[in-house]
Design a protein around this ligand. Structure first.
Ligand SMILES: Cc1cc2nc3c(=O)[nH]c(=O)nc-3n(C[C@H](O)[C@H](O)[C@H](O)COP(=O)(O)OP(=O)(O)OC[C@H]3O[C@@H](n4cnc5c(N)ncnc54)[C@H](O)[C@@H]3O)c2cc1C
Length: 382
């Protein structure tokens, strides 16, 4: 059985100043943003906001200065992300580039490729999306069919990807594809490529979700050429690379803060005389939030030390998704007379939006059942 590592971490010296600076910036930038837009959390999209945030040095913070970053620690970045999410900032444009694509390229891309992309990503101008899921291959990612065939000077890609967040608003994708047919070793023969989505042969359709929002899409690759330099890491090593990418994707504060705006709106609405039921509920929410924060910060520290805590990240994602998915129901069902839930106000608008949006929280980034399978394997139960 594997041991879980959730060593508690302290925030480093100097983060309080950084937190204040971010809050001040957000107070100004988000002054006009409506509560229901803030409730979109990291799905809220504004390229203009991403560029302004980047101009402050808060995109790609942990990347080397030579690549447009600030050489900041993972916990400094953590503070910025916490503040962005708590405030409901529209971060989606640069989110994936900042969270995982940049780090992946620092690990696996050539210096030339890094220089080509990372400075523009750190300026908040170059956006990436994640090409893992396909029609009929979501949870069973190893069964993907999109393939790359070697040709002179590069590769030719054919196939399709599905549910790709912001595919239609990104310039680039990092895609997992087959470079060798599936054999007995199901995870062998997979590789990652950086694909320019403006290339000949790429077709993208946005897809409306159940709320009518168009934040994800389907992408078709018809003989799309990519140069040799766009192979990320080693040919055939895609499965290991994707798993280390998923540790970045599954452990951050966005995995428990997606409904946080509702909590903030709730606190804003409270009368000074708060009844006992409401006080207890707020206490329970706060205790859960604080525990998840400690777990998530611990993973940020491990990632910064070069570890790959994929198992711990799965635990944070699963527990965090349960928490942020339950929060709207807790607020709706469990609160006492202190809360004006029967009036038209920011609290109610935020609540209505999150009641409808939150079912997806336990699907994106790996479903609950899949994460629990990973955790069970880690515990030696499977
Ligand atoms: C908002 C949102 C954003 C997304 N963004 C992206 C993105 O940017 N890039 C990307 O690549 N993908 C993205 N996805 C896709 C997401 O990763 C997949 O939806 C998810 O992995 C599940 O795959 P599926 O939809 O094919 O469902 P399926 O894999 O068909 O699963 C259907 C159901 O069966 C269950 N199930 C499947 N296999 C097992 C098993 N072995 N044991 C127990 N239960 C099982 C699942 O848990 C699920 O409940 C996004 C999804 C959402 C909702």
């Amino acid at each position: 059985m594997q041991n879980f590592n959730f060593t508690p971490l302290e925030m480093p010296h100097g983060v309080a100043d950084l937190r204040d600076q971010v809050r001040e910036f957000l107070d100004t930038e988000l002054a006009e943003l409506k509560a229901v837009d803030k409730a979109q959390s990291w799905a809220g999209y504004s390229a203009d906001f991403s560029r302004k945030l980047a101009a402050k040095g808060w995109v790609g913070m942990t990347w080397p200065k030579a690549l447009g970053g600030s050489d900041a620690s993972a916990l400094h970045r953590y503070v910025v992300i916490e503040e962005l999410l708590a405030a409901g900032a529209p971060v989606a444009a640069h989110w994936i580039a900042d969270r995982q694509s940049g780090t992946l390229m620092i690990r696996y891309a050539s210096e030339m490729v890094q220089q080509r992309f990372l400075p523009a990503m750190a300026r908040g101008e170059m956006y990436f999306c994640i090409g893992m899921s396909e029609p009929n291959s979501g949870s069973d990612l190893a069964s993907i069919k999109t393939n790359a065939r070697r040709v002179d000077g590069g590769w030719v890609i054919n196939g399709s990807k599905l549910w790709t967040t912001n595919a239609h608003r990104s310039q680039m994708m990092i895609a997992l594809v087959r470079t060798a047919p599936q054999g007995e070793a199901r995870h062998a023969g997979l590789s990652q490529f950086i694909i320019d989505l403006t290339s000949n042969g790429v077709r993208i359709n946005s897809i409306a979700d159940h709320l009518g929002a168009r934040h994800f899409g389907e992408i078709f690759f018809d003989n799309v050429f990519v140069g040799d330099e766009m192979l990320l890491g080693a040919e055939g090593d895609g499965w290991n690379q994707v798993n280390s990418e998923l540790a970045l994707e599954r452990s951050g504060p966005e995995r428990y803060l997606s409904s946080y705006r509702l909590f903030a709106e709730l606190l804003d609405c409270l009368d000074e005389q708060c009844d006992d039921i409401t006080t207890n509920t707020i206490g329970e929410i706060t205790a859960d939030l604080w525990t998840l924060r400690q777990m998530s910060m611990s993973i940020a520290g491990q990632l910064a030390d070069g570890s790959e805590p994929a198992l711990e990240a799965s635990m944070v994602k699963d527990l965090g998704a349960c928490f942020e998915q339950n929060l709207p129901h807790t607020v709706q069902a469990g609160l006492g007379a202190s809360i004006p839930l029967n009036r038209e106000n920011d609290l109610n608008e935020t609540l209505s939006y999150l009641l409808m949006a939150s079912p997806s929280f336990s699907l994106r980034g790996g479903t609950r059942e899949i994460l629990r399978g990973i955790i069970a394997r880690g515990l030696g139960l499977k």
